[in-house]
Design a protein around this ligand. Sequence first.
Ligand SMILES: O=C(O)CCC(=O)C(=O)O
Ligand SMILES: [Fe+2]
Length: 352
Amino acid sequence: MATASPAPHSPPKLVDGVPNGHPGTGARGGDVDDGIPIVDFDVLVNGTADQRSQAVWDLGRACEDWGFFMVINHGVPEDLKKELVEACKELFGLPEEEKAEHLEAEPMAPIRIGSGFYAVVDGARYLRNYLKMFAHPELHCPAKPAKLRDISAEYSAKTRDMLQQLATAISESLGLEGGRMSEALNLDSCFQILVGNHYPQHTGPGDLGVGLPAHSDHGLLTLLFQDGVDGLQVEHDGQWVLAKPLPGAFFVIAGDQLEIVSNGRYKAAIHRAVIGSEQERMSFVSMISPSMDTVVAPVPELAQEGKGLEFRGVKYRDYMAYQQSNKLEAKEALNIARMQLHGDTNGRVEHH
Ligand SMILES: O=C(O)CCC(=O)C(=O)O
Ligand SMILES: [Fe+2]
């Protein structure tokens, strides 16, 4: 299934199909030597000046080469992750009537419980149940199970703090001041979303089902952990790589807003979720983005000589609404921000 190196607009094959075999089949990796970069958060934050600058450099390479990496020594307690898993399991197990007000809510609703990606456009054909909650600046949480609110509040605060610190280091890795990216994106008042994903076992023909097709995330940075069952694959050099975490590690996925703000230096990573027939699977996402009202544009200092800026400014609310209301198709949503597709020589922009 190896394909030639992908051009920015052409994601690897297998956008919807999955290879036969267990979740590792058809995807390279799944062992310790798969090359997925590892970032030691503790060194990044508390290391000596030398250690820090090495860690920032490594982080930059991870963003440039993969847009995807593991974070170890992150300080988010394992118990909190377990509690979140349990609370989400309870939610998915509740009778429909207890969740009715949030079921199949529209794309920008602060609480959404549903199946597939956006059932209105994808017909819920993916093997996935989800809970999406706006977590910051205000936490929106279903009333049941009652414990979900406190757990989500704590989890969102801890992971938000961590992601903001990562954003500072990523800014430095781009050769900017640590605070530059946060300032450009107004990250002090960031928007955050939590997503719980449940993938029931695949029962159809073939050994694997698609939980989520190939896509990039609409935000700036996505933090993800799973409940022990593999199934996340990331596209790297035109191949799918099975993402197997080190014990306790998080995955970080570069999102579309990072690609825009870095003027294409750091690409949003294409990833997907597959599910086998033996075990169900859960994963949890904590994503930070600029506030809804922020117009996200490349940091001007990152304009490339002769090429200028690759992206125009798009208000994050509009971007998210577009991405969440349409079929999930690789990095299609990013096209609404591409200068070459929307700009003209007079500097006017067309709206999608
Ligand atoms: O379940 C996974 O591992 C991937 C989830 C994901 O990509 C998402 O929620 O955007
Ligand atoms: Fe994703």
